[in-house]
Design a protein around this ligand. Structure first.
Ligand code: ADP
Ligand code: ZN
Ligand code: ZN
Length: 719
C-alpha cells in the first residue's frame, strides 16, 4: 500500500497521510492533489510516499483528485521545502503555499506552453503588393520567432498568422526550451579581480560552493554576475538571481536582458497572478534562461539549474517577516548545496554572518577592491551638528556644499530615513503629544495629506486643529522627507527637486519616472529614504548628504550599528560614480562616536572586523544563534503569562539560554499586547530541539487561549 504524505496549508506542523486515488497511478512526490480535509477540499502537495501510516487504515481517506500529470517540484526542491519547514519551524503546508504561485495554490492547471510563431522565410516580393499585412508580419518574423504572448506583436496578427500558416509560410508550435543560449553583446573586458572571480565560479559549476563577492558599490559585481551567467547559459544551464526588491532595481533586469539577449523571467509581487504563473512555468520548463526574482523565487523550480546569485545579500528585504518567516538568502544557499551548484552572494556591505563564513573558510571570498576606470571613491566628511545646528534638517556646511555642487552642475542626493512631514506633533504649552491609539508610538504628521498616520499599524486620523487638552497651537518635532523637501524648495528656488519614499511612489511607474529624471539630469536634488540606497546608478550625483546618522548610533537592537553602517556606505556609494569625484557629508551630533570613526577611517571592512570581535565577546550572532518566540494578545499581560507558563513547561537543553519573557520593546502595536522569549545557543541542533519542545508544549497550555504566537529563527531584529 502506498501512503501519500501531503503538505496542506493548515496551521499544523505536520504532513497529512492519504491513500492514492481509487483509480489510476499514485501521484508522484511533487504533484498537487485535492484532498478531503474536514469540510474543506484544499489543494495539497505530495511531499513523499511512505509504506505505512501511524493512522489506522480505516481513518485514511483517498485523495480526491490528482491535479498534475507530472511533478511540479523535483526531489531536490522537495528536500528544500522540507528543510525550510524544519529549520523555520513552520508547517510544511505553509512552505508549499509560499513556493506555489497563487493560481496553482487554488488548484488551477499549470498553463500550456506558450505558442511560438516563426517564419520559414522572408516575404516573396509579389506578396508585398497583394497581401501587405501578411508580408509585413512575415518580414517581422523573419528577424526571429516570437512568442504568441508577446505584447509587441501587431494588432490582429493572429488571423494573419493563421492565413500564413495555412499557406505553409509560418509555423505555430509550442515554445521549445532552448538547449543553450548565446550571449548577445559582449561586456567590457574584465579586470583581474573580476576575471578571477568569474573563473572561480565557473570552475565550480556542477558542484556546491558558496562565494561572497565583496566589492564596493560600482566595483563591477554585476559584470561578474553577467560574465558567469553568460557561460552558464552557453552550457545550457539556467541562472537564478535573487534581489531584495525588483521594483527598485529595474536597471538590473534591463542589464541582464540587454546584455545576454535571452529570455529573462521576473518573479515579484508587482506582477499580476497570471504573469507570475507564466514566468514560474517558463522557469520550470527551462524556457527562461535567467530568472530574476525576490525572496520567494528561492523556491522556483528550474529545469536545469546552473548558478544562483544573491545580489545585495545583506539587505533585510531578502527576509520575509510575515507568514513563513525565512531568509531568501539562506534558503538559496541551502538550495545550492542540495542541487550541487555554486551560489554567489554579492554586496558592498556584506552581512556579518556572511563575513564570518568567509573568514572561516565555509564561503570562498572574492574581493573587487577598485572601481573600474577613473572612478574614484568619494571623500566623506562629518558635520558636527553641535557646532553647526541644523534648521529643518539642514546645517550651514551642508547648504553651502549643496550650493557649490549645484553651481558646478552636479546633482545632490539627500538621505533621510523618515517619511512624512514630522515624526511627532506636540503642544508646546501643555506637552500633549499625538500618540497612536493602537500602538506605543507617535503619529507621523503628513502635512500635504493633512493626516496623522501611524507607521507601525497604519492607522490614520485627521489632524486636530489645536491641542485637544488645552487648545494651544500644535508644533511639529523633527523632520521627515516631506518637510525636508519643503525646506529645500524655499532654499533653492527654481532648482528641480524630487522626493522618493513610499508616499511619493504609490502610483504605478512612479519609481521609474523619478529615477529616470535623476539619471537624465533633469532632477538636480533628490530627497529620499532608503528606497534610493538600493543599487541605483546615478552617474551625475556628486554630493550625498546624510541628514541624520544618529538614529542608528544608539539603537537598542544589537544589529542597529550594522544596519547603520550598511546604509551609510550604500548611500555614500551613490556619489561619484563614472569620472566625477564625489563628496559625502554626514550630519551627526556625535562625530567622535567610534562607529563613525571606524567607518570613516577604515571603511566597511574595518567596521565589520571590529563589530565581529564585539559580537564574539558578547556571544551575539553570528557567534551564537537566536530564535524568538513571539506572542501577542488583545489584552495586557496575556502574552506575558503564556510565555511564562511555556518557559516553566519545557525543558530545554543546557546549552540553550532562555531570556525572558519580556514585553516587546514596542509592547502595544496595532491594538495587541506583545511579549517575547529569546532563545540563544552556540549550537543550532540544541536550539532547534528547544524550539520543538516549545511548539509541542504550547497548544496544551491553558494560557495559550486567545494568544497568537509564532517562532522566528535567526530574527533580524528583536523588536
Ligand atoms: P556593481 O554591481 O558592483 O555596483 P557594476 O557592475 O554595475 O558594479 O559596475 C559599475 C560600472 O562600471 C558599470 O557602468 C559597469 O558597466 C562598469 N564596469 C564594470 N566592470 C567594468 C570593466 N571591467 N571595464 C569597464 N567598465 C566596467
Ligand atoms: Zn496643550
Ligand atoms: Zn499604530
Amino acid at each position: 500500500m502506498t501512503i501519500l504524505r501531503v503538505a496542506v496549508d493548515a496551521p499544523l506542523d505536520t504532513l497529512f497521510d492519504y491513500l492514492a486515488p481509487a483509480a489510476g497511478p499514485a501521484p508522484a512526490p511533487g504533484t498537487r492533489v485535492r484532498v478531503p480535509f474536514g469540510r474543506r477540499r484544499p489543494v495539497g502537495l505530495v511531499m513523499a510516499h511512505a509504506p505505512s501510516s501511524d493512522l489506522p487504515p480505516e481513518r485514511l481517506k483517498p485523495v480526491q483528485e490528482t491535479l498534475d500529470e507530472a511533478p511540479l517540484f523535483d526531489p531536490g526542491l522537495l528536500q528544500l521545502l522540507a528543510w525550510t519547514a524544519r529549520y523555520y519551524h513552520e508547517p510544511p503546508g505553509s512552505v508549499a503555499a509560499t513556493a506555489l504561485p497563487a493560481p496553482l495554490r487554488q488548484g488551477r492547471p499549470l498553463p500550456e506552453p506558450p505558442l511560438r510563431v516563426s517564419a520559414r522565410g522572408p516575404a516573396p516580393d509579389a506578396m508585398t503588393r497583394r497581401a501587405p499585412k501578411q508580408a509585413a508580419l512575415l518580414d517581422l518574423l523573419s528577424a526571429g520567432p516570437r512568442r504568441a504572448d508577446d505584447p509587441t506583436l501587431p494588432a490582429g496578427w493572429r488571423a494573419t498568422a493563421a492565413r500564413l500558416a495555412a499557406r505553409g509560410l509560418v509555423d505555430i508550435e509550442p515554445e521549445p526550451a532552448a538547449a543553450s543560449w548565446d550571449m548577445a553583446n559582449p561586456g567590457p573586458e574584465l579586470n583581474a579581480a573580476q576575471a578571477d572571480a568569474v573563473a572561480d565560479v565557473l570552475a565550480s559549476l556542477g558542484s556546491f560552493s558558496a562565494r561572497l563577492l565583496f566589492g564596493v558599490t560600482g566595483s563591477g559585481k554585476t559584470e561578474v554576475y553577467l560574465a558567469a551567467a553568460a557561460e552558464c547559459l552557453r552550457r545550457g544551464l539556467q541562472v537564478l538571481v535573487l534581489v531584495p526588491e525588483i521594483g527598485l532595481t529595474p536597471q538590473l533586469v534591463q542589464r541582464f536582458s540587454a546584455r545576454l539577449g535571452v529570455p529573462v523571467a521576473t518573479l515579484h509581487s508587482g506582477l499580476g497572478a497570471s504573469a507570475r504563473l507564466a514566468a514560474w512555468a517558463d522557469a520550470r520548463a527551462g524556457r527562461a534562461a535567467v530568472v530574476i526574482g525576490t525572496r520567494s523565487a528561492a523556491f522556483v523550480p528550474l529545469a536545469r539549474p546552473g548558478l544562483i546569485i544573491v545580489d545585495e545579500e545583506h539587505d533585510p528585504s531578502l527576509r520575509q517577516h510575515e507568514g513563513l518567516r525565512y531568509s531568501g538568502r539562506d534558503v538559496a544557499v541551502m538550495r545550492a548545496s542540495i542541487s550541487r551548484i555554486p551560489v554567489v552572494l554579492g554586496s558592498a556591505t556584506p552581512a556579518l554572518e556572511s563575513l564570518r563564513h568567509a573568514r572561516e573558510g565555509r564561503y570562498a571570498l572574492a574581493r573587487l577592491p577598485e572601481r573600474p576606470g577613473a572612478a574614484r571613491h568619494p571623500a566623506v566628511r562629518l558635520v558636527d551638528l553641535r557646532r553647526h545646528p541644523a534648521s529643518e534638517g539642514l546645517s550651514g556646511p551642508l547648504l553651502r556644499a549643496m550650493a557649490q555642487h549645484l553651481e558646478k552642475d552636479g546633482q545632490v542626493l539627500l538621505f533621510l530615513n523618515r517619511r512624512g512631514f514630522a515624526p511627532a506633533l506636540f503642544c508646546a504649552s501643555c506637552g500633549w503629544t499625538a500618540d497612536c491609539r493602537h500602538c506605543d508610538a507617535r503619529y507621523t504628521w503628513h502635512r500635504r495629506a493633512a493626516r496623522l498616520r501611524c507607521h507601525h499599524c497604519g492607522h490614520e486620523t485627521a489632524l486636530p486643529p489645536a491641542c485637544p487638552d488645552c487648545g494651544a497651537d500644535l508644533r511639529p518635532a523633527g523632520e521627515g522627507t516631506e518637510r525636508l523637501e519643503e525646506a529645500l524648495v524655499r532654499r533653492f528656488p527654481g532648482v528641480a527637486l524630487a522626493r522618493i519614499d513610499r508616499d511619493s511612489t504609490r502610483r504605478q511607474g512612479a519609481v521609474d519616472r523619478i529615477l529616470d529624471d535623476v539619471r537624465d539630469g533633469r532632477t538636480r536634488i533628490l530627497v529620499g529614504t532608503q528606497m534610493m540606497a538600493k543599487g541605483h546608478d546615478f552617474p551625475g550625483v556628486t554630493l550625498v548628504g546624510i541628514i541624520n546618522a544618529d538614529q542608528g548610533l544608539f539603537g537598542t537592537d544589537f544589529r542597529a550599528s550594522e544596519r547603520l553602517a550598511q546604509t551609510l556606505v550604500q548611500v555614500a556609494g551613490r556619489a561619484g560614480r563614472a569620472d566625477r569625484p564625489g563628496e559625502v557629508l554626514v550630519q551627526t551630533a556625535y562625530p567622535e562616536h567610534p562607529l563613525l570613526r571606524r567607518l570613516l577611517e577604515g571603511g566597511y571592512e574595518a567596521f565589520a572586523e571590529a563589530t565581529l570581535e564585539e559580537r564574539r565577546a558578547a556571544g551575539w550572532p553570528p557567534y551564537s544563534h537566536l530564535a524568538l518566540l513571539r506572542a501577542e494578545a488583545d489584552r495586557p499581560q496575556r502574552a506575558m503569562a503564556f510565555l511564562a507558563a511555556l518557559r516553566d513547561a519545557v525543558r530545554v537543553p543546557r546549552t540553550v539560554t532562555v531570556l525572558g519573557p519580556a514585553p516587546a520593546p514596542m509592547e502595544k502595536r496595532g491594538g495587541r499586547w506583545r511579549a517575547q522569549l529569546l532563545l540563544q545557543s552556540a549550537a543550532r541542533p540544541a536550539l532547534h530541539r528547544a524550539l520543538d519542545a516549545c511548539s509541542d508544549a504550547a497548544p496544551g497550555l491553558a494560557e495559550s487561549r486567545g494568544v497568537r504566537w509564532f517562532i522566528e529563527v535567526d530574527p533580524q531584529d528583536l523588536f
